[in-house]
Design a protein around this ligand. Structure first.
Ligand SMILES: [Fe+2]
Length: 244
């Protein structure tokens, strides 16, 4: 099982002022993979903090697409000469080539999860502006028995190697069915609020708030079990399954 709490990972600075912890990275990008370099198709999953009163520099990357998720706090996204408010529960899709910056004008830290994917074709096709969408605004779906799924972004929004970005709720004393994934995709579950037991292959862990678990490959399968008396909320993303 590949499992990491963001606070236990190395930090660096991104965008000048975002205190960034790299939770999972793509394998095989350096001669010796660092701990956490386990993703196959998605480039990086990170946890970032922007302190109150702090702004970032403007970033523009022609060959990268990034999905952010505001796990707590609020702030301002600067994009295409506009300022747009972002708040807890918002997903933010930044297409390749779109210049953007963040500022935190509130009194609490702004926490931003991010999943980054390569955009080898650059900005020539697809979105020319950021998309902001709160997970609460989508229609609720059920999946794998008891997972209550809030879709945020999908392939129709221009995801490239990623397939789905979701928030999943699991109510107390419920579980998802045990299903497996091969090595031909990435699937990452980040415990946003609450905690669960996560069974992956033959290993079992208590997945606490702030911990990310990668479940590919998982044979014979994986399942989340909410053994607590509070609902659990997870931020989820996966890549396309290249065998289907
Ligand atoms: Fe799964």
């Amino acid at each position: 099982m590949d499992k990491r709490h963001w606070q236990e990972t190395p930090l660096s600075l991104e965008y000048g002022n975002i205190i960034q912890h790299f939770v999972f990275e793509k394998e095989g990008t350096s001669e010796t993979d660092p701990e956490g370099a386990i993703l196959r198709y998605i480039d990086r999953f990170a946890h970032g903090t922007l302190e109150p009163g702090v702004s970032t520099r403007t970033e523009q990357n022609e060959q990268t697409q990034t999905v952010f998720f505001v796990s707590s706090g609020e702030g301002i996204l600067g994009c295409n000469h506009e300022k747009r408010r972002i708040a807890e529960g918002d997903g933010i899709l930044i297409p390749p080539g779109v210049a953007h910056s963040f500022s935190n004008e509130g009194s609490e830290p702004l926490h931003l999860l991010s999943a980054k994917e390569a955009a080898p074709n650059g900005p020539s096709t697809g979105n020319q502006d950021a998309i902001i969408r709160n997970y609460r605004d989508s229609e609720l779906l059920t999946s794998h028995w008891h997972y209550l799924v809030h879709p945020i972004f999908g392939e129709a929004d221009g995801l490239i190697s990623m397939r789905d970005v979701l928030v999943v709720r699991l109510d107390p004393m419920t579980t998802g069915d045990n299903h497996g994934h091969g090595p031909n995709m990435d699937e990452v579950w980040y415990m946003w609020q609450g905690q669960c037991v996560h069974v992956v292959s033959r290993e079992v862990c208590v997945q606490r708030q702030g911990t990310a678990v990668s479940v590919c490959p998982s044979d014979p399968g994986h399942s989340l079990i909410n053994h607590t008396d509070q609902p659990a909320y997870l931020f989820y993303f996966c890549s396309k399954d290249l065998n289907t």
